[in-house]
Design a protein around this ligand. Sequence first.
Ligand SMILES: *Cc1c(COP(=O)(O)O)cnc(C)c1O
Length: 351
Amino acid sequence: MRADLQGLTAYQVADASGLVKLDAMENPYPLPDHVREQWTQRLHGLAVNRYPDGRAAGLKHRLRTVSGLGRQHALLLGNGSDEILQIVMLALAAPGACMVTVEPGFAMFRIIARFAGLRYVGVPLGAAFSLDAKAMVATIRRERPALVLLAQPNNPTGNAFAADALRQVVAAAPGLVVIDEAYAAFADRDCLGWLDEYPNLLILRTLSKMGLAGLRLGYAMGAANWVDALDALRLPYNINVLTQEAALLALEHYAAFQQQADLIRAERERLAAALSRVPGLRVFPSQANFVLVRVPGGQAPRWHEALRGRGLLVKNLDGSHGQVADCLRITVGTPEENEALLHALLAIAAN
Ligand SMILES: *Cc1c(COP(=O)(O)O)cnc(C)c1O
């Protein structure tokens, strides 16, 4: 085993059995009924004795249509967007190369960088979790990173960065820039249109947060020269037949998933307003399908455990980074789940 990997442990997933799961940004709604009915028929006819279409041409075509990707740009598919991040980092991890991102950010960025062998440089977020363009540009000038990677909206903070700050960062990057839009469906705007302006930009998306986390399908969009070069590192048949067929079907009913996303957005606003009335809670603005809250100092473990005791699982971020000390990350659930959460929080706050 490589010496630098000793001590690395498998990705930890909290045991959620019997709990309302509000910890992992899943869509709380099941597959729409009319999609579910066709699901079994479509899977029934599949030749699972054969390898899948290695290029997943049909699925790519459909993804292009629903995302409005121009012909001049290309698509790369991954077994979840995590796999695409892995492909990107493996491809860029030349000796001495590094990546620059913000902190607090998505935990997988650092984990994948570590095993891909890409040196990781994290730049702290500014006030109110804003993108500190000045610090980012200074770091980019100093480090000359092979990769600049940002989630927009950001996880775990939930906010979207100002477009002008983001543009300054993208323009300063000497190498590849990946904007991870895992939460695009819940945000007011996205950066897909920027692909025409920045030939070194990839936009990363996933079906996970839209209601298909179990399928594991992520995709990157950008210039064909980048996408084709990265495609060479993709393992053959990484998107299995079941995922290809199920995703294809789901995308034929894309409007139903967008409707769910709109429901979640509306519910996020309602939840955030109600959370801000819980004594002791501070609520941060969100453009994603989760809300970040801060509990009174030193109380995060107690609130987190008390919620679990009442059957609700959220993510405790306390201890993961200084800027999210005392913070819990709450995925937006169904109205009933959110009501249960609010009830529980009010009881915990009164204790
Ligand atoms: C959840 C998340 C992902 C993971 O997406 P998968 O497609 O499920 O692998 C990627 N990036 C960010 C920022 C996320 O929050």
